[in-house]
Design a protein around this ligand. Structure first.
Ligand code: PTJ
Length: 271
C-alpha cells in the first residue's frame, strides 16, 4: 500500500481510498465500487463532510425503527464491508436481533465468501446470504438473490449504498426501507421510506449510539418520517455550500496565484 503521511490534510480520505483500492485488487470490492466511492466523496464534499442536523434526525428515527422492528436486516455489499465492517458489528451488538446479509450487485461466490470473512473477522455474528435461498420478485439483477431468513423475512431493511430498483422492490414487498446514501438525488434516496443523507461510517456509528439510548420498545411501530423534507434539507445544505464557496483556504494556499519563475503556479489541489 502507498505510504501516506498522517500529516497530509486529506489523510483520512487518502487512507480510505488506499484501503478500497487494495480490496478492489483482492476482488472483494467491485471495480465499479471505486467509482461509486468517488461519487459519494463528491457529495460528501458538498455536504461539508459532517453529519447535518437533518441527517442526525433521520439517524435517530432509523434507530427507533430498528429497535421496534421484529426482524431487522442490514444488507451488505463490497463497499459497505470494506468501509464499515466494524461499524456493522457494533450496530449488531447494539441491536442483537439485527441480521446481517451479504447481497451483491456484482455477485460471485468468491466475493460473497470474502465479504463474509471480513465481516466475521470484525465480529459480525451469523452472516447470511452465503447460500441463495430466495429471490425478490420482479428484479432482474443478482441483487434479487437473497436469504429467506434475512432480507426476505425482514420487516425493516437497512440498505446502505443501494440501487433504486431494489429499494422499490423491497417496498413493494411491504418492507420499511432505510437507505444510507450521500446522493440526495439518487433513486434510492428518492424511493426509501427513510433516507439518511450522510456518509456510511458516520451514520452507522451514530446509529449505534442512538440505539443504545434508553427508550421504550414498541414492537412493530414505525413513527412516520418526513422523507421529502430530509431530501430537501440535504439539497439545501449542498446548494448553500456550493454558492458560498470555500470558507477556509487549504493550508499553504495563497490568496492569489503566485508567479514562479515566470509561470503562474497554482497551489496543489488536495484530492
Ligand atoms: O459490491 P457490489 O457488487 O454489490 O457493488 C456495490 C456498488 C457500490 C458498486 C453498487 O451498489 C453500485 O453500483 O452502487 P451505485 O449505484 O453507484 O450507488 C452507490 C451510491 O452510494 C451512490 O449514490 C453514492 O453517492 C453513494 N455512496 C458512495 N459512497 C458512500 C455513499 N453513500 C454513503 N456513504 C458512502 N461512503
Amino acid at each position: 500500500m502507498t505510504r501516506i503521511s498522517p500529516r497530509h490534510p486529506r489523510y483520512r480520505s487518502l487512507r480510505t481510498r488506499a484501503t478500497l483500492a487494495e480490496l478492489a485488487r483482492s476482488g472483494l470490492v467491485a471495480p465499479e465500487g471505486l467509482i461509486a466511492h468517488g461519487r459519494g466523496e463528491a457529495f460528501d464534499y458538498f455536504l461539508g463532510e459532517r453529519t447535518t442536523p437533518s441527517a442526525r434526525r433521520a439517524i435517530r428515527a432509523a434507530a427507533r425503527w430498528l429497535v421496534n422492528a421484529r426482524t431487522p436486516v442490514i444488507s451488505v455489499n463490497g463497499n459497505v464491508a470494506a468501509l464499515a465492517a466494524p461499524e456493522v458489528a457494533r450496530l449488531q451488538r447494539a441491536v442483537p436481533s439485527l441480521r446481517v446479509e451479504v447481497n451483491l450487485f456484482h455477485r460471485t461466490p468468491t466475493r460473497v465468501r470474502q465479504i463474509a470473512h471480513l465481516l466475521e473477522a470484525a465480529g459480525v455474528r451469523d452472516v447470511l446470504g452465503l447460500v441463495a435461498t430466495g429471490r425478490i420478485p420482479g428484479l432482474p439483477s443478482d441483487r434479487a438473490i437473497v436469504d429467506r431468513r434475512g432480507i426476505l423475512a425482514a420487516d425493516v431493511c437497512l440498505v446502505p449504498l443501494e440501487d433504486g430498483d431494489r429499494t422499490l422492490a423491497l417496498r413493494r414487498l411491504g418492507k420499511k426501507v432505510i437507505a444510507i446514501d450521500l446522493n440526495p438525488l439518487s433513486r434510492t434516496a428518492e424511493t426509501a421510506d427513510l433516507p439518511i443523507i450522510d456518509e456510511l461510517t458516520r451514520a452507522l456509528t451514530q446509529m449505534a449510539v442512538e440505539v443504545g439510548r434508553p427508550r421504550p420498545r414498541r414492537a412493530g411501530e414505525f413513527p412516520p418520517f418526513d422523507a421529502t423534507g430530509a431530501l430537501r434539507a440535504a439539497r439545501r445544505t449542498m446548494s448553500r455550500r456550493l454558492a458560498a464557496g470555500p470558507r477556509r483556504r487549504a493550508p499553504g494556499r495563497s490568496a492569489s496565484p503566485r508567479r514562479v519563475r515566470g509561470t503562474t503556479r497554482r497551489s496543489r489541489r488536495t484530492p
